[in-house]
Design a protein around this ligand. Structure first.
Ligand code: ADP
Ligand code: MG
Length: 761
């Protein structure tokens, strides 16, 4: 029996999913697999594990497992459920790649989908679990897709063995045909339960015109306008990335400052502040009927990047003076620049944000303020923020794109899908009727694709193919993918794995057709098995497998951990405007550049390039005890450094398991590698990144000026470059290997180190 606090119980009863508890539990009891659809916020993630718990699915020797595509969700949902059930986090726990609080008492375990995939490798039948819930299946993350494929086989197997197990797939959208209509996946279609969410109507307002560049500026202006003119209710702004989120937060805070102390004194005067607001509104003598105010004909001018402040309000005379918050050229207006009478409680939300900061969005805003959350996609379905009445949607999303042939990846901001845009709009109607302001026209919306593509069709699959081969799924083509990856991607993956030695070479004899088939069903090698046991990409796993030589393992582990954890160096804010701030930023830049030179070492170690910088940074950070202070002072992301530490621990354990004679332990006082170790490391790196080789453009090839300082790679027609922030930017060695090429203003190699031409096979 669960002993919930009265206020929790009361809040639960309002969730639509609660009305369906019996129906859901019946379906789960009667079927091996069940699909549950319900709008975001209907209570799926927080309530369904509790239903199962109360129905006894966690009594005895099995537990309830629930997977999330995002780490943020796994952590925050486990905490929420523990709190709702009045149970300790020893019982309701989470496990994400680098950390967790699972104990032997754990009954409900939230985890990322990648974690469960690893567990399947250790125990294909997942004997620990009585039930697995795959959450957020609509996101179509790669691991979620694979898990559904695997579980479609595991569940019947468990049944046959007399230890039945249940699968519950939960989705925030009704678009589930890829699961339910896929006979290869589920020969008998699973029952689908729909939860009717009590969704309030959301009025959607389209912009008349669509700003092509400065949608962040447009989002800022729209938010200002909502805050000034519309009745109370939280605002949720959707942007695409962390930098944008911060910049808009900064501008909003400046426009509507909120000072906690000052506010407390004013709490009693809340009503008068409200009166004041009404008065202001009246003063604007606009005859609009609230709340269906039309904000759309505002800022219709196409704006260029950086011009946003000058452009605001043009052609909008009546309101111009009130809206040009950062406009300095109207002297009569200067006191209006910031408006402390309308405090706005502005919070950022994105996945790399520290958990304490993330948790703030669930708490009510301070009295007398309006909540405004500026978020990336994480707020679309994973987290439901209470009290949102207005949504401002830029209509875009930042996605990583891979070129199938060349492997070049780039982050691009693209239009989102209609389904996503509707999800975003829905966030406004959770507690009362709401409004969604789309910063694009209805014609543009009409051109959006209907749904977002499954991730598996958009990225390389070498890691998945290796994991599957290790699960003895030799013919990956035949795997019951909800949406299969392209043939090209599968062939490329097998080729890479063969070249790394993880799969056996396909036989060269036989008829063409057989050869084709053999190419897609190469068996795994012993090296491949070792590689599959490391929780990193196959290229890095190869480096680990080679690392024993010349006592290089601790260095290889560190370099691989650093390459796996993204963005270990803090991003510097762009100059913020005032001269003082700019010079501060410049000083800090100079200091961080100096640190990187220091970490790059001297002489032989320079040749290891960016990987030496990573090694030096981690070494220095660990030596200093990996404190937030050290990271802050040296431009390292503290969260990333903690992840690197955990991953180093994990990799050390994994290596010890495979080669106990190495007797590794995690050393916080790593001495720098010797000259011969650096040479050895460079060769190991080459072995993993052999297909990422680039050669400096020779003098005689320098016909086109755009090739200056460029590098040639086997697969690309265009040159690639060493980034100015790279340790090898000035050296320009003849041969280099790189971790990846990303396209920003140019094609830049990231994670570059120099190799010698006589090492190249
Ligand atoms: P779904 O999974 O269907 O999208 P959830 O179970 O995540 O829905 O959310 C149900 C309700 O619980 C929402 O109203 C949400 O705001 C609330 N909620 C979720 N997490 C927290 C939290 N950490 N603190 C307070 N409320 C929360
Ligand atoms: Mg959910």
């Amino acid at each position: 029996p669960v002993d919930r606090l009265p206020e929790i119980q009361e809040a639960r009863l309002k969730l639509p999913v609660l009305a369906e508890e019996q129906v859901i539990m019946e379906a789960v009891k009667e079927n091996m697999c069940t699909v549950l659809c319900g709008e975001t916020g209907s209570g799926k993630t927080t309530q369904v594990p509790q239903f199962l718990y109360e129905a006894g699915y966690a009594s005895g020797d099995g537990i309830i497992g629930i997977t999330e595509p995002r780490r943020v969700a796994a952590v925050s949902m486990s905490q929420r459920v523990a709190k709702e059930m009045n149970l300790s986090t020893r019982v309701v726990s989470y496990q994400i790649r680098y950390e967790g609080n699972v104990t032997s008492d754990t009954k409900i375990k939230f985890m990322t989908d990648g974690v469960l995939l690893k567990e399947i490798q250790k125990d294909f039948l997942l004997q620990k679990y009585n039930v697995i819930i795959i959450d957020e299946a609509h996101e179509r993350s790669v691991y979620t897709d694979i898990l559904i494929g695997l579980l479609s086989r595991i569940v019947p197997l468990r049944n046959k063995k007399g230890r039945p197990m249940k699968l519950l797939v939960m989705s925030a959208t009704l678009r589930i045909e890829d699961f339910t209509e896929n006979r290869k996946l589920f020969p008998v279609p699973p029952p689908v339960i729909k939860v009717d969410a009590r969704q309030f109507p959301v009025t959607v307002h389209f912009n008349k015109r669509t700003p092509m560049e400065d949608y962040a500026g447009e989002a800022f202006r729209k938010t200002c306008k909502i805050h000034r003119m519309l009745p109370p209710g939280g605002i949720l702004v959707f942007l695409t990335g962390q930098a944008e989120v911060h910049s808009v937060c900064r501008r909003l805070r400046k426009a509507f400052p909120f000072r906690p102390n000052h506010m407390e004194a004013e709490t009693e005067e809340k009503d008068s502040a409200e009166e004041m607001r009404q008065f202001k509104k009246a003063k604007q003598k606009k005859t609009v009927s609230l709340p269906r105010i039309d904000l759309d004909n505002y800022s219709a001018m196409p704006v260029d990047e950086g011009d946003e402040d000058r452009q605001a309000g043009i052609g909008d005379e009546e309101e111009g003076s009130d809206l040009d918050l950062e406009l300095g050229d109207d002297p009569g207006d200067s006191e209006e620049k910031t408006d402390p009478s309308l405090p706005l409680y502005v919070l950022p939300l994105y996945s790399l944000l520290a958990p304490e900061q993330q948790a703030k969005v669930f708490r009510p805003p301070p009295a007398g303020t309006r909540l405004c959350v500026v978020a990336t996609n994480v707020a679309e379905t994973s987290l439901t923020i209470p009290g949102i009445k207005y949504v401002v949607d830029c209509g875009r999303v930042k996605k990583r794109f891979y070129d199938r042939i060349t492997g070049v990846s780039s982050f691009k901001v693209t239009w989102t899908s209609q389904a996503s845009a509707n999800q975003r709009a829905g966030r406004a109607g959770r507690t009362e009727p709401g409004h969604c302001y789309r910063l694009y026209s209805s014609a543009v919306f009409g051109d959006f694709e209907e749904f977002s593509e499954a991730e598996i069709t958009r990225r390389p699959v070498d890691d998945l193919v290796l994991q599957m081969k290790d699960l003895n799924i030799e013919k990956v083509v035949n795997f019951p993918f909800p949406t299969p990856p392209s043939m090209e991607a599968l062939v490329a993956a097998e080729q890479l794995l063969v070249s790394l030695g993880a799969l056996e070479e396909p036989p060269r004899s036989g008829r063409l057709k057989e050869m084709e088939r053999a190419r897609l069903s190469c068996p795994i090698t012993p090296l491949g098995r070792a590689m599959a046991s490391f929780p990193v990409a196959p290229r890095f796993a190869k480096m680990l497998a080679l690392g024993k030589q010349q006592d290089c393992l601790p260095y290889v582990i560190t370099v691989v951990a650093a390459m796996t954890v993204r963005e270990i160096f803090e991003e510097l804010d762009r100059p913020a405007g005032s001269e003082e701030e700019n010079s501060k930023v410049a000083k800090r830049r100079a200091r961080l550049a100096q640190m990187r030179r220091l970490w790059a070492g001297q002489g032989a170690s320079l040749q290891l390039g960016d990987l030496m910088v990573m090694l030096g940074a981690v070494g220095a950070c660990e030596y200093a005890g990996c404190t937030p202070k050290f990271c802050e002072e040296n431009g390292l992301r503290y969260k990333a450094m903690l992840e690197i530490r955990r991953l180093r621990g994990q990799l050390t354990t994994a290596v010890n398991a495979i080669c106990p004679e190495a007797g590794l332990f995690l050393d916080s006082k790593m001495t720098p590698p010797t000259e011969s170790q650096v040479r050895c490391l460079r060769q190991i790196v080459l072995a993993g990144l052999g297909d990422h080789l680039a050669r400096r453009v020779q003098a005689e090839e320098l016909l086109d000026p755009k090739w200056r300082n460029g590098y040639k790679t086997p697969l690309l027609d265009d040159p690639v470059f060493i980034h100015p922030s790279s340790a090898l930017f000035k050296t320009l060695p003849e041969f280099v290997v790189y971790q990846e090429v990303t396209e920003t203003t140019k094609m830049y190699m990231r994670g570059v180190s120099a190799v010698e031409c006589d090492w190249i096979p």
